[in-house]
Design a protein around this ligand. Structure first.
Ligand SMILES: Cc1cc2nc3c(=O)[nH]c(=O)nc-3n(C[C@H](O)[C@H](O)[C@H](O)COP(=O)(O)OP(=O)(O)OC[C@H]3O[C@@H](n4cnc5c(N)ncnc54)[C@H](O)[C@@H]3O)c2cc1C
Length: 433
């Protein structure tokens, strides 16, 4: 509960004068952090520039790791009546493989839920645990006392108001405006993503497989350094998403680096892709609500913490460089940040060290591989033979799905960690530095 035991505030613009923990951004990362911090008895304000429910450009896919993390947060039941996805249907170069999610440390299934619904459910959980939510108000500046944040300046309908804070969790997404004010820098020498998504009606929306096309071609047949996806959302009930019935989330993502930027118009590529998979996925209409976004990946940022603040989720570039998934990392970093709050008085190096410990090796290896995939000749050279091997593809799914943990001791896990160690040693700029 909040410190004065007042009922949870879910107002649009009422900005309190002070709080113990201010969480900026109510995506999965910020709302998970707010829920954990409120459950631990902290006085929490959860602030978002948008008014919920709000859309977020995303493939809406939940990996088994994200499913596990939602369960840990207390939202396992939320997925009971949502699609249960058994694995990936991989396609490319005239071949296809059905690869099940591995069984082991994580549930052997994933899911897919529109972000309009998912994010609203997580933020409602945070509010039900006592976080005070302020919507439609943007964090625009900070006032420092020495090297600590003393106040965060919030801009809402009634103008600018300061909130005095003890701790700040910055979960403001890809562009991280507040992070930038605090010195966050995004480095684009390593792989980053550009991606677009849309919704289409389909007779196969209740499928148990996520479609993934590793051979992505443009409208003129040219091979592109990216991939396409088809994620079945099931029968979506009328609600905040302005579409309902059997729906698929279809999308395309491309990898790029500063040296090899992706100069491609995503809309025609996505429309072409949706038409290409139309028969196979029983698509009955044209792409709706098409949006696109950039994706910093693999910890390619610096300035992610100070004495009393931490950046989490996309703001800290915690996104898988091999497929652009970041919901599981956002949820996990929300949890880890609150755990650190409990036993640290200066987070500056401890937060960076913790992220390096959890994700550093995998991010370094994955973004090096992703960088290779931005070279036009690499994709068919690896993809054509690779997709014909069921064994190789199940390893790829495990790596791509972020399903290897530090406790895994099998050959694939050890090889992946070794690749990470070698890669980190030769990185000009290792993850988070
Ligand atoms: C096209 C595309 C497809 C993707 N597909 C997948 C997928 O299928 N599966 C997956 O796991 N991941 C996917 N991702 C990545 C995923 O969307 C992100 O990793 C995830 O949303 C990160 O969550 P977050 O909480 O860090 O940030 P966000 O979800 O971006 O939330 C940030 C919040 O901060 C708020 N905000 C921003 N600035 C301010 C401010 N100054 N003051 C107050 N509030 C502010 C915003 O309104 C927003 O609500 C995809 C991304 C893209 C672009």
């Amino acid at each position: 509960m909040s410190s004065d035991d007042s009922p949870p505030l879910d107002a649009r613009h009422t900005v309190p004068e002070r709080t113990d923990v201010l969480v900026v951004g109510a995506g999965p990362g910020g709302s998970a952090a707010a829920a954990y911090a409120a459950a631990a008895g902290r006085d929490v304000v959860l602030l978002d520039a948008a008014t919920f429910p709000r859309d977020k450009t995303c493939g809406d896919g939940l990996t088994p790791r994200a499913v596990a993390e939602l369960g840990h947060l207390g939202l396992g039941d939320f997925l009971t009546h949502r699609p249960r996805i058994d694995g990936l249907a991989l396609h490319g170069w005239g071949a296809h493989q059905l690869v099940r999610w591995p069984s082991g440390r994580f549930p052997a299934y994933g899911s897919a839920v529109s972000r309009m619904e998912l994010d609203d459910a997580i933020r409602a959980l945070a509010v039900s645990r006592g976080a005070r939510m302020v919507q439609g108000a943007k964090a625009v500046d900070v006032t420092m006392t020495g090297d600590r944040i003393a106040e965060v300046v919030v801009e809402g309908e009634s103008g600018r108001t300061p909130i005095a804070v003890d701790e700040v969790i910055v979960a403001d997404g890809v562009r991280s405006g507040l992070g930038k004010k605090l010195g966050r820098e995004w480095h684009r020498e390593t792989a980053y993503g550009v991606a677009a998504r849309a919704y289409v009606p389909s007779g196969r929306a209740d499928d148990h497989w996520m479609g993934s096309h590793l051979e992505l071609r443009g409208p003129d047949g040219e091979l592109l350094p990216g991939y396409g996806w088809v994620f079945p959302l099931g029968d979506v009930a009328p609600g905040p998403l302005p579409l309902s019935g059997g729906l698929l989330n279809v999308g395309v993502g491309a990898l790029a680096t500063a040296k090899r930027p992706a100069h491609m118009a995503l809309r025609p590529i996505l429309e072409h892709y949706a038409a290409m998979v139309g028969d196979e996925w029983a698509i009955t209409g044209t792409p709706q609500l098409l949006t696109s976004a950039l994706l910093p990946m693999g910890g390619a940022v610096t300035g992610i913490a100070g004495p009393n603040w931490m950046l989490i989720g996309d703001a800290a570039a915690c996104v898988n460089p091999l497929n652009g998934e970041g919901i599981d990392y956002a949820l996990e970093t929300g949890r880890l940040a609150v755990e650190l709050l409990a036993d640290s008085t200066d987070h500056t190096t401890r937060w960076r060290d913790l992220l390096v410990e959890h994700y550093g090796l995998a991010f370094s290896a994955a973004r090096r591989l992703a960088g290779l995939l931005t070279m036009p000749q690499t994709v068919p050279a690896l993809g054509r033979p690779g997709i014909r091997s069921a064994r190789l593809m199940s390893m790829v799914v495990r790596v791509m799905g972020n399903l290897i943990t530090p406790d895994d001791a099998d050959l694939v896990a050890r090889a992946w960690r070794t690749a990470g160690r070698v890669s980190t040693r030769i990185d000009d700029r290792p993850p988070f530095s």
